[in-house]
Design a protein around this ligand. Sequence first.
Ligand code: ROI
Length: 175
Amino acid sequence: MPEQQLERPAEHEVYLGLGANLANPAAQLQNAVAALNQLPQSSLLAVSSLYCSRPMGPQDQPDYVNAVAKISTTLPPLALLDALQQIEQLQGRQRKAERWGPRSLDLDILLYANQTITSERLTVPHYGLAQREFVLYPLAEIAPQLTLPCGTPLKALLSKVPVNGLQKLSESCRW
Ligand code: ROI
């Protein structure tokens, strides 16, 4: 009998964006980090500081709290997306008609290994990654040497995107 080979599923390093501006956003992110720590087939490798950021989109909404987490996972991209959306639902996320309205928790796949994914449900790298200070700076905190799948170093993007008031979480954030 041929010897059976037990192949282990490949592990992928994935960066996730976390954001919230409703219902005690800092606590939302802390709960989300606890939930990420329990993701199946995954381990949580790093979490950035929590940052306070000005809303991108409509300005008549509270400031956001943002962070970036790094996980290692064997979940394929869409299974990971399902798991993240489940966490959003459990934390009371209600999807509204307004496109860029406030939210109690947003979990985005920013980067999935070195993959480029374009499907109906998922675009990776995240379409806003290169323009959003609240993604780039927390990402650089935990992965300063990162290079995107297109070959652009993260540092090259950072030098083009102003801080726009982004700051590590403090009392001066307005909620
Ligand atoms: N603005 C900030 N500062 N942080 C976010 O996470 C965020 N998320 C969004 C929109 C509405 C685009 N604005 C944001 O989805």
